[in-house]
Each structure stands twice: as C-alpha cells, then as structure tokens.
Write a protein that binds this ligand. Structure first.
Ligand SMILES: Nc1nc2c(ncn2[C@@H]2O[C@H](COP(=O)(O)OP(=O)(O)OP(=O)(O)O)[C@@H](O)[C@H]2O)c(=O)[nH]1
Ligand SMILES: [Mg+2]
Length: 310
C-alpha cells in the first residue's frame, strides 16, 4: 500500500452507498488521506467509521431524503460553506455515491461543486441502480449523473448490473450491495494508487491535471501477467474492465503506470506502452510512469486511467 504525506487527498462518501464504500477505503488504510462520511441521514452516520458530516438539519427530519434528490440538493446547499471548508487546500477529492437515492443523487453534485470550487481535482465514483430497482430510481440517477458531470473533473460510472459479471461465485441478495461497496472502494483505491505512485516517480500533479481536469468520463484498468506471453496478456487485460459503463476507446488522455522487476526488457515496456496508446485517439495526451518492484517476481503490472472516453 502506498503512503501519501505530500498533499491533501480527500475521499468523501455521500449517502448510504457512498458512505459504505468510503468506510471500506478507510479500512484498507492508505495513509495520509482525509475521509468524510456525508449524509442527510443522522442515524446512518452514527455508525460511520469516518468523520461524519450531517447535511440539511433545516431540510427535513434528519432521516434521509427518501429518494427525493431535490431534498438532497437543498440539504447540501444549506451547508455549502461547511463543504467548501472541508475541501480547503485539498489537491485531489474523490466523491463516492450510489446514484438513485435522494442524498447521493441530489447532494453529491453539490459536494463535487464545493470540492471543485475549493480548487481540488474532483473525481466522482458512482454506481447506477440495478434494473430491478425500477425506472424511477434510474431516472433520478440519470439526472444526478448529469449534475455531477457539470461539477466534477472526471467521473467513473459503475452500473450495478455489471457487478453480476464480476465474480463466478453466487451473489446473494444479502451480499450484493456489499460487493458493490467493494467495487466502489477498489475503484477509488486504484485511482489513488496510480495518482500517488505516479507522482512519486516522475509525474507531477500538473501532468495529472492536464489529463484529468475537465476530462469527462474516465476509464480505469489494472492487470498483471506473467510468462513468455506476458506483454500480450497484460495489454489485453488492462484495456478491459467489465465493471465500468464506458470502455477506453478514443481516450483523449492516458496515464500509464507500469511496474516490474529489474529483468524487464526495454522492448517489453515499449511494446506495452505502444499497444495501449494505439487504443486511444491519435492526438491523445499520454503520461507515463514506471517503477521497479522486485517483489513482483515474473509478474508485470500495468495500471491505466484513460480520460474523455466515449
Ligand atoms: N454501494 C451501496 N449501494 C447501495 C447500498 N444501498 C443501496 N445502494 C444503491 O445506491 C442507490 C442509492 O441508495 P442509497 O445510497 O441508500 O441512497 P441515499 O443516497 O442514502 O439517498 P436517500 O436514502 O434517499 O437519502 C440505490 O439505488 C442502490 O442502487 C449500499 O449499502 N451500498
Ligand atoms: Mg440514505
């Protein structure tokens, strides 16, 4: 796990789903991150393992928004100054939410707006509801997503339906949302890891801002491979992520981060980078980081963030 003691990174969960996933990130204990659990539901916040922020004391009962995104929005606007304060001096802010409910869909865009206005690179990581949750909830999610896109620099979208393909094990109803919390959590962790590692090596926040500021929807991929054919295997795996709504085709920006032991050849690094770059648009802005990691043995590890994906 990486360490970060050189800049303020904040991970904020909004609403029940957002909060659960942020608690998972905090459990994984990456150092030097500030966590907030933001909700209109006072009771839900009581069990939060991260710093609780209650929104909208003057808007409703303190029991959540019951799926009403206008209430969620009003609650966040009521506490806008507080939100601005939370993100003061923050360099990168992650906003996690399950879209479809009132707090996540209504308040998360305003939380993103505050983070962005405070100057942070603002990355939203959100889920869309299962089909069985009904069209009304999906419509609330769609409106929430459009609002979030207005205020976030980058958005990662995970349709809950895709989670069904994420494991060969039976997904019980009881653990379905737990699994989704994990997916949200892993997405945040993986972007965090790429950003902090890349910045430790040879990429600075200015490079990262160039690729991710106002970049729209983003794609993330992680893969490892070993053996004679490891270049082909790792490239094939890293450019696919069945959990995400968008693939990485025609990306306008790309961060590639590779690690391998000291035996890795220049040709391998060259081939991996070129093959990944071929899937982006020809004028894509590509930034690249590498680190030796002898603990990987024969494995080669590649992580990517592609921005402006269609
Ligand atoms: N990750 C995760 N998602 C959940 C959970 N419960 C529900 N969801 C999903 O997230 C969407 C929003 O639900 P919640 O997060 O409970 O809603 P909220 O943002 O708290 O909004 P209100 O309760 O209406 O104020 C749902 O439509 C589900 O798709 C959960 O425990 N974890
Ligand atoms: Mg709730």
């Amino acid at each position: 796990m990486f360490e970060n003691d050189f800049m303020k990174i904040t991970v904020a969960g909004v609403g029940c789903g957002g909060n659960n996933s942020v608690c998972r990130v905090a459990d994984a204990k990456p150092n030097g991150i500030t966590y907030y659990g933001i909700d209109t539901d006072k009771k839900a916040l009581r069990s939060s393992a991260v710093t609780p922020i209650h929104l909208g004391a003057n808007h409703g009962s303190g029991r959540g928004c019951g799926g009403n995104a206008s209430l969620g929005k009003a609650a966040a606007e009521e506490n806008y100054e507080l939100l601005l304060d939370l993100f003061k001096d923050c360099v990168v802010a992650f906003i996690a939410a399950g879209l479809g409910g009132g707090t996540g869909s209504g308040a998360a865009p305003i939380v993103a707006k505050a983070a962005h206005e405070a100057g942070a690179l603002t990355i939203a990581v959100v889920t869309k509801p299962f089909a069985f949750e009904g069209s009304r909830r999906m419509a609330v999610a769609d409106v929430g997503l459009e609002e979030l896109r207005k205020y976030s620099d980058a958005v990662i979208i995970i349709p809950n339906e895709n989670v069904k393909n994420s494991t060969t094990q039976k997904i019980t109803f009881a653990n379905a949302f737990r699994l989704i919390d994990d997916v949200l959590c892993e997405s945040v962790l993986s972007v965090l890891e790429i950003l902090t590692k890349a910045m430790l090596i040879n990429i600075d926040i200015a490079d990262i801002n160039t690729v991710l500021r106002n970049s729209g929807d983003i794609f993330i991929g992680n893969a490892v491979a070993e053996g004679n054919d490891r270049v082909r295997k790792v490239v094939e795996a890293v450019i696919k992520n069945p959990l995400l709504e968008k693939g990485m085709n025609d990306a306008k920006g790309l961060i590639i981060y590779l690690s391998a032991n000291h035996n890795v050849s220049l040709e391998e690094i060259n081939d991996i980078s070129n093959k990944i770059a071929e899937t982006t648009s020809p004028d894509a802005n590509i930034i690249w980081g590498f680190d030796f990691d002898d603990s990987l043995g024969d494995l080669i590890k590649v992580s990517i963030i592609a921005s402006g994906v269609k």
